[in-house]
Write a protein that binds this ligand. Structure first.
Ligand code: 73E
Length: 787
């Protein structure tokens, strides 16, 4: 009771001093802000205390260009174990908690899996009492907001800071200067607390904002220099203006390189300054810091640290190299060629000439070392960091770190045996796997309280919240009808909640008795949303021909953003929206199938979608999805997977059994063995397929004269200058997918049998907690200890 009074008193104070009103008179957004501020007053002292307990101990740092945090309020309340109390307090004030929750903008400072993984890792580390802190960029605009107009994706800026962001604290006095060839920029840190479950440990996410070095210049300007002064200010601020909206592609743009160096240099300067203040030497830096590079985006940390150690601090090159290699570790997240970062020498020299010289020196050292290890001179090109006018960031990352890891076993095997095999031969001890994970606090406890409570009730304990393998004990209920019945009731409830939300925000009615078949992830050809689209269209035509076709009603749900410059991905969105229009408006089909492409898929929408799913679509071309993490979120909420043998799907099926999932399609080795694949011939042989593929060009659909549909059709049947026809095997896998979907339909008829599959997936999802992943990073790479 007392806590509540204190909280209310604090809220009243913030309402007065921040908004000049009483709490009663605030709108929902303002109420959200004062609530968060009031909570911060409680969090900050504990945060400071938590930092003290790690003083003098080795700590780990996660350098990432993206942190896809989503909303913080509910997550923080849950981890503080105060959600119920705050809900009650608000209720007493006549305020609905859900409306306050909904007033918070997502912190959408990431594209997809890579950025969300970083967020899950921070939650897990704090919960496990590991000192892990994030370093990144405080983008003023996160990933764009998406709308559909006439079925086309339209992007809008995500000005998430507009109405105030109460969780971060500007630490202006800890600003640092980052130097580029064209001038200096000030990096200002904003710190956000990362609260572990149970609130014992509170770590820090430090995001840097770019500002002009001297506001002073603005006051001193004379008329002629005004525009120059404004330009300098804009140029500086532009660095942290906006997140690049590309997932799994490399954009070799100057501003992107500036962003990378900006946050990396600021972060390293920050760490070095603090370390020196304490130890007055950097010789022991690696004994107290482990720095994980989230993909190659922060790989410039390697030469930057060499610069600081040798040129600023005066250490010997070889000593410095030893410190660097023993400090850094690198995670590879993709094998896609278009995602492997290569910066042009020209760009680097122009912006970071000193860093470029250091990279040259590293490259020279590498060649010597390789020759000494018996590599033949003619083989050196394969390893060269600088080659053909480009700098290969992956090579730099492997050579400059003690650890290179993949994100699922299949992915790591492909790295070791194929893509990076030549490197593996030189440094086998550096390579390891760390299968991704997700935090059950957000993806079950927060997003599915109904199922969470049921689990706790059955287990007689909530230990699963911090030890997900406890769920294995649920397996003994797999044949308990009353348990399965309750599970189905909860699933129905989550479907109703989702349906109500979809009705409200999309204006579409969906039938909660239908199978909710969901594919939510970035739009990319390799993820094959098009395969699902073709399946739906084929099913539609089959239903038209045979109204008695025996199917369980289905709602096909998609959520995906396409990179604004990815023409084909946008074409696929338009195509699916055209199919949705055709299917949803056909009275003859009504009640059988429906297609919904939700707008602006993001973390807070995901929290509503995963718990409501009956089927999880994980249908990437084998070998292309490094891990996937959405697949784990579905599993944790008890949805079987229809998927390929790719990424972490392999491990999901290993845990939950093939018989409880729906595996189809070519495997990695099948694709490798394919010869003379001719989709133009093959698509004619598969019943119904030609009709749906040709719907792209035969006038069935209208792409508004953009040429999008023809281009998609050509990509499948003719190919393009940069790829063979159907290089993601949509046509090749179609029949196998359709057959797997038939198995889904048939299995769902047996309601209890279906619930049993869901249940066994849930019970075996323990491995996919990011708590397990973080424990492995902490022990096997970072060598850090819990508080
Ligand atoms: O398979 C996912 C993986 O689960 C992978 O595609 C994704 O990372 C996830 C987390 O490990 C990923 N994103 C990027 N590369 N891999 C990427 C590349 C460039 C820019 C932004 C993101």
């Amino acid at each position: 009771m007392k806590n509540k009074e204190v909280l209310l008193e604090r809220m009243e104070r913030y309402a007065l001093t921040t908004f000049g009103k009483r709490v009663d008179d605030l709108n929902n957004n303002e109420k959200y802000v004062v609530l968060a501020k009031a909570l911060m007053e409680e969090i900050v002292p504990q945060w400071l205390k938590s930092q003290e307990k790690f003083a003098g101990k080795k700590q780990a740092y996660y350098l990432s260009a993206e942190f896809l945090m989503g909303r913080a309020l509910t997550n923080n309340l849950i981890n503080m174990q105060r959600k119920k109390e705050v809900e009650e307090l608000l209720a007493e004030l006549g305020v609905d908690y859900n409306q306050i929750e909904d007033a918070e903008e997502d912190a959408a400072l990431g594209n997809g899996g890579l950025g969300r993984l970083a967020a899950c890792f921070l939650d897990s580390a704090a919960t496990l009492d590991y000192p892990l802190h994030g370093y990144g960029i405080r983008y003023q605009y996160g990933i764009f907001k998406q709308k559909f107009i006439d079925g086309f994706q339209v992007e809008e800026g995500d000005n998430w800071l507009e109405y105030g962001e109460p969780w971060s604290i500007r630490k202006g006095l800890e600003s640092v200067i980052v130097s580029f060839a064209d001038g200096d920029v000030k990096a200002v840190p904003y710190d956000t607390p990362v609260i572990g479950y149970g609130q014992k440990t509170i770590n820090t996410l430090r995001l840097w904002q770019a500002e002009a070095v001297k506001e002073f210049d603005f006051q001193a300007f004379n008329e002629q220099e005004y525009d120059l002064a404004v330009k300098a200010k804009n140029d500086a601020e532009n660095i942290s203006k906006v997140l690049y909206p590309n997932d799994s592609t490399d954009e070799g743009k100057l501003l992107r390189l500036k962003q990378q160096y900006f946050f990396v240099s600021a972060s390293l300067q920050d760490l070095v300054r603090k370390h020196k203040a304490k130890y007055n030497t950097l010789e022991n830096f690696h004994k107290l810091h482990a720095i994980q590079l989230n993909d190659t985006h922060p790989a410039v940390a390697i030469p930057e640290m060499m610069r600081i150690l040798t040129k600023v601090e005066g250490l010997e090159w070889s000593k410095a190299w030893e410190i660097v290699v023993n400090t850094f570790a690198y995670t590879n997240h993709t094998l896609l060629a278009e995602a492997l970062e290569q910066w042009s020498i020209k760009l680097y020299k122009k912006l970071l000439p000193e860093i470029y010289t250091i990279i040259e020196k590293i490259d020279g050292q590498l060649k010597k070392e390789l020759l000494a290890k018996g590599v033949e001179a003619k083989e050196l090109d394969k390893y060269a960091i600088i080659h053909n006018g480009n700098i290969k960031m992956a090579w730099l990352s492997i050579y400059g770190t003690k650890s290179t890891n993949g994100v699922a076993q299949l992915h790591t095997n492909l790295l070791i045996n194929q893509e990076l095999n030549h490197w593996y031969k030189i440094y086998p001890e550096r390579f390891n796997n760390k299968t991704n994970g997700i935090t059950q606090r957000r993806w079950l406890l927060q997003s599915n309280p109904e199922l969470s409570n049921f689990i706790t009730e059955l287990l007689g304990s909530d230990a699963w919240i911090t030890n997900l393998t406890e769920l294995k004990k649920l397996e003994k209920f797999a044949d308990d009808q009353s348990v399965l019945q309750r599970f189905m009731e909860i699933k129905k409830m989550k479907k109703e909640q989702l349906a109500a939300y979809i009705k409200r925000v999309e204006g579409i009615d969906i039938d909660t008795n239908s199978i909710f078949d969901i594919q939510i992830k970035r739009l990319h050809e390799y993820k094959r949303q098009l395969l699902k689209a073709f399946y739906i269209l084929d099913l539609y035509y089959r239903l038209k021909e045979n109204p008695d076709l025996d199917i369980i009603p289905r709602t096909f749900i998609f959520g995906a953003k396409a990179a604004p410059g990815y023409f084909r991905a946008k074409g696929i969105i338009k195509f699916i929206n055209e199919i949705a229009k055709l299917v949803n408006n056909d009275k003859e089909i009504s009640g059988k199938i429906k297609v919904v492409f939700v707008q602006n898929y993001r973390v807070s929408y995901a929290e509503k979608l995963f718990p409501a799913a009956d089927v999880s679509e994980q249908i990437s071309t084998a070998g292309k999805e490094a891990s996937g993490t959405g697949n784990m979120k579905f599993m944790l909420n008890g949805a079987p997977t229809i998927g390929t043998y790719d990424g972490a799907n392999v491990e999901i099926v290993e845990e939950a059994g093939e018989e409880n999932n729906f595996i189809f399609g070519l495997r990695v080795e099948d694709i490798a063995a394919l010869k003379d694949y001719n989709p133009k011939e093959e698509y004619k042989k598969i019943k119904g397929l030609q009709r749906v593929v040709d719907s792209l060009v035969d006038g069935t659909f209208d792409d508004g004269k953009t040429g999008m549909f023809k281009e998609l059709h050509d990509a499948l049947l003719i190919g393009a200058s940069w790829h063979k026809p159907d290089h993601y095997y949509v046509i090749k896998d179609f029949e196998s997918y359709r057959e797997a979907q038939q198995r889904v339909n048939d299995a769902y008829k047996d309601r209890l049998g279906w619930a049993r599959k869901c249940w066994i997936n849930l019970a075996n999802s323990g491995k996919f907690s990011s708590d397990r992943t973080i424990d492995q990073y902490a022990k096997e790479i970072w060598e850090i200890e819990k508080a």
